[in-house]
Design a protein around this ligand. Sequence first.
Ligand code: GLY
Length: 419
Amino acid sequence: MRILILGSGAREHAIARALAAEGHDLVVAPGNAGIAALARLEPVDAADPGEATRLALRLGAELVVVGPEAPLVAGVADALRAQGVPVFGPDADAARIEGSKAFAKRIMAAAGVPTGRSVDVLTADGLDAALDDLGAPYVVKADGLAAGKGVLVTEDRAAARAHALQWLASGPVLLEQFLPGREVSLFFICDGTTALPLSPAQDYKRLGDGDAGPNTGGMGAYSPLSWLTDRHGGEAEFCDRVRRTIAEPVVSRLAEEGTPFVGLLYCGLVVNGDDVDVIEFNARFGDPETQVVLPRLASPLAPLLRDAALGVLDPGGSPAFTPEAAVGVVLASAGYPGASAPGAPVDGLADAEALEGVHVDHAATAEEGDGLVATGGRVLTVVATGGSLQEARDRAYAGVDRIRMPGEQHRTDIAADPR
Ligand code: GLY
């Protein structure tokens, strides 16, 4: 099948890796230096509906997979569907489940999905009353897309207030009840009516070890989560519960509202004992969770994505996973998540990939001369699989040790404490 993937990160590299292993003809726009080893790259702005559609038609793409959220919110999937191109990714209206926190809360309330209480704050006048109402720890979220910078969780009321005022300058904010527990990412492949679960993963959102430092796009991940699924009767049972109580009600509600969800519904959950609540939805594969979930996928990926795009998923066809574990460690540039100076040379990837079970997904790299340079904040995800979580973790960090990039930052505790 000829498949066009839109995006340029490690998530898109992981998707391309899985599809290339199935023998598909891949084009990625715009891609990166690592993806270029698996696919033809096209220098197209993936978030421009006109450019993306012209490219898909020129290629005769039989499936388009939209990686990041920005093209979805910009209407790239709408434009492709209008031209009859099968696309894995929701229309802009359905992508509001990620693009507007207030929209997501309204859908959850209408669908009876468990989540924390929240207050919409439209102007500075309502802010203090909302802070009083919800109390500490304060959870402040920009309503719209904010590239991972819109969320602040803090005990410090002044900091919460300042963050809210900063984001109120460009739109509404949401104050949310703090929900204690451990975060879990569970993805569902959706065709507008059916939702099929992948395997749960855990993401590490803070920059530093022990969850210190600022929020990031994600500094590492692992899958599966035995600490979680043992408690909930097994992975199939946990996924089935989330499917029945969260994914299906949301997909049904979106369909009832005339905005069917076709694509990847990312359920960001918080698990506390037996309680499972939603903290956020995303409308696309998570990054870096995809880098550890897809290497464990035993079912072919392309038919799942295409069946979803065509609205013909088999409700009984939940994908199968290997019992292997996978661990991914993100290597970021100096300065990330603040302004990072691009251009650092990146060496040692071949040495890392020579290790058993190790591969490297590129997020922001370009070729320069004979070598590679970093071109952004998150640069690589070093991924390893193994027969146990410990083996996968040991392999991943052995891979990290072989990579050299001046100023590079990574966490040393990914999958160290699976509990
Ligand atoms: N890992 C978090 C995200 O993809 O949004």
